[in-house]
Design a protein around this ligand. Structure first.
Ligand code: SAH
Ligand code: SF4
Ligand code: F3S
Length: 434
């Protein structure tokens, strides 16, 4: 039996797919090369915005055609599965099984039942041990950076967001389990880990998140720790100190602000004002300049006036984010924001998004240019020189680097190398081996 897992959404979902693959491998399944080759296809879905959901339904349409030609099991897992539950069978009867985000360890049983001919197999229950997944089972995609869950779920209640519904309330993994998993990963050859959660900095699995970073950094042989993602209200001075001073913590911070207008932030229920957000960023002190600072914006939230939007642009100017991700507000079923009046035309929302993104592109280019002349550590991410005569690498700041391939030079995949930055574009740096 061969499986194929298609994944949408965030790193949490990517990592869930690695767990699902591991569970199937344990049952003797092997990975298929493509849909044509698979006996079971799993769609591990995201429902953060409508676009993500539409992609899933498009794929389900394609699989319906494939199922007409030959026997094939189709399963839907992830956030859309948790949100829609058995409603998915009504909308797409070609689905054989549905599994929610909190029932992940039930996958082998669900596949078994579907194989035995049962129809509409489903488990979207909440299991208290879901976050205690046996790490040795996980089948990781990358051999360079390992994803490690530290916390599942979210206790915030942003009015636009589906995640508290799809991922449930916070559950914390004990810190010793996390350190143990990282030790095993390093023994397997990994030098870099990314700690994952919807809100990692509200971690309380026996210590604070800053303490967890310090404890993980003590694992011998580990070189870089990354983490994603953080809520500003849980960003403490202690965490800022650790980020700035612990050399193993990569110099990257993603701290989503969403909007630069207090009125909008209030309606979003983000729990902070612009001023409070800036105060927290201030915890970084001088360290700010060495950190790649990133954020998320939602544009066109219900009731966003031109003035509110100007506030967002003003915040962008003030903070000068190195990168940001911005999205047009997408109403999610059952969330409180859907009850707010939203009369701004889509064309106007798109115009605002373009303005924001155009300015960010300029700021990112400036940020990249500031790195020219510096020597930085980067991890090699391609197995050989690419067509353009360069290797791909990634800096601690999480910037892409094209490293010039010198004659006779062999860069080992996954290794850290020192590179001197020689040029910059908006999406990548150019460099040569230092
Ligand atoms: N836990 C993180 C965010 C996870 S969702 C945090 O609180 O910061 C990732 C991003 O998707 C969010 O930061 C937000 O910018 C965006 N997002 C979430 N729901 C959205 C919606 N309904 N419409 C548009 N963007 C949304
Ligand atoms: Fe969603 Fe807010 Fe939780 Fe982030 S903090 S996952 S935006 S509810
Ligand atoms: Fe999407 Fe769920 Fe992640 S909605 S962004 S896959 S937590």
């Amino acid at each position: 039996m061969k499986y194929l897992i298609q994944t949408w959404g965030c790193q949490m979902n990517d990592h869930d797919s690695e767990k699902l693959a591991g569970l199937l491998a344990r049952e003797g399944f092997t990975a298929a090369a493509g849909v044509e080759d698979a006996d079971v296809v799993i769609l591990n879905t995201c429902s953060i915005r409508e676009k993500a959901v539409n992609k899933v339904y498009t794929e389900l349409g394609r699989l319906r055609e494939e199922k007409k030609r030959r026997p094939l099991l189709v399963g839907v897992t992830g956030c859309l599965a948790q949100q829609e539950k058995d409603g998915l069978f009504r909308r797409a009867p070609q689905i054989d099984f549905v599994m929610g985000t909190m029932a992940i360890q039930k996958l082998p049983r669900l596949v078994e039942e579907a194989r035995a001919g049962r129809t509409r197999v489903i488990d979207t229950g909440d299991y208290p041990d879901n976050h205690l997944f046996p790490p040795e089972t996980t089948l990781r995609h990358s051999t360079a950076k390992a994803l490690v869950t530290i916390i599942e779920g979210c206790n915030h209640a942003c009015t636009y967001c589906i995640v508290p519904t799809t991922r449930g309330p916070e559950r914390h993994r004990p810190w010793k389990d996390i350190v143990g998993e990282v030790e095993d990963l390093v023994a397997m050859g990994y030098r870099e880990v990314e700690l994952l959660g919807q809100n990692v900095n509200s971690y309380m699995g026996g210590c604070t998140f800053a303490q967890l970073l310090d404890r993980v950094s003590e694992v011998d042989g580990l070189e870089w720790i990354r983490f994603t993602t953080s809520h500003p209200m849980n960003f403490t001075a202690e965490l800022a100190r650790t980020l700035v001073s612990n050399p193993k913590v990569a110099p990257f911070l993603h701290l989503p602000v969403q909007s630069g207008s207090d009125a909008v932030l209030r309606r979003m229920r983000r729990e902070y004002t612009v001023e409070q957000y800036l105060e927290r960023l201030g915890y970084l002190g001088e360290g700010r300049d060495r950190i790649n600072l990133s954020t998320d914006f939602i544009v066109g939230f219900p009731g966003e006036t031109e003035e509110d939007f100007e506030g967002t642009l003003a915040l962008l100017e003030k903070v000068r984010y190195d990168t940001s991700f911005s999205f047009i507000y997408s109403p999610r079923p059952g969330t409180p924001a859907t009850r707010l009046e939203d009369d701004l035309p889509l064309a106007e929302k798109s115009r605002r998004l373009s303005r924001l993104q155009a300015r960010q592109t300029e700021l990112t280019l400036e940020s990249n240019r500031r790195m020219v002349g510096r020597t930085v550590r980067a991890r090699v991410e391609s197995r050989g020189a690419l067509d353009g005569g360069h290797w791909l690498a990634r800096t601690g700041e999480w910037k892409n680097v094209h490293v010039a391939a010198a004659e006779g030079l062999r860069l080992p995949f996954g290794e850290l190398v020192d590179v001197r930055v020689t040029g910059a574009g908006p999406h990548f740096l150019r460099a040569e081996i230092a």
